[in-house]
Design a protein. Structure first.
Length: 147
């Protein structure tokens, strides 16, 4: 892949001085903006490599897409696989919230609605619960061990 990118972009000049700031190209700015919009559309709290890759694939005419094609990877196939993986992760994240049905968790939800000043702290508690559920899922622990 590296050799293909070098062939497409040309070799770098090892003697060239390294500037303090390398500005983004208009195409790179477009991909970054698209990745931000993709993260927002999916209700993600961050822009991850998956959002950047998906946006680069959607933009379609960048060096990365051309390099993938030359290496025998169809961008559309990669895009569909990436979307499937992102959707699977989103479903797992939703299932964590679906399992918060115990009376204590309902009390947290009710308190969240009533006390805006305490929302930040309670949000952290819920995030910790979600993290715990994800870790349990990763370990293969069933959602309800008593069943």
């Amino acid at each position: 892949m590296r050799a293909v990118v070098v062939r497409l972009t040309g070799p770098s000049d090892p003697d060239a001085p390294t500037p303090g700031h390398i500005p983004f190209t208009p195409r790179a700015k477009k991909v970054l903006e698209m990745s931000h919009l993709e993260a927002l559309r999916r209700y993600d709290k961050h822009i991850g490599t998956e959002h950047l890759l998906l946006s680069a694939l959607n933009e379609g005419e960048n060096v990365g897409v051309h390099a993938l094609r030359e290496c025998g990877v169809e961008p559309e196939v990669l895009k569909q696989a990436l979307i499937g993986r992102m959707d699977d992760q989103a479903a797992k994240d939703r299932s964590v919230m679906d399992r918060l049905t115990a009376p204590g968790d309902d009390a947290i939800r009710t308190t969240l609605r009533r006390h805006t000043a305490d929302r930040q702290l309670l949000r952290q508690v819920l995030d910790s619960l979600e993290s715990l559920h994800r870790r349990l899922d990763a370990m293969g622990v069933p959602p309800d061990p008593e069943k």
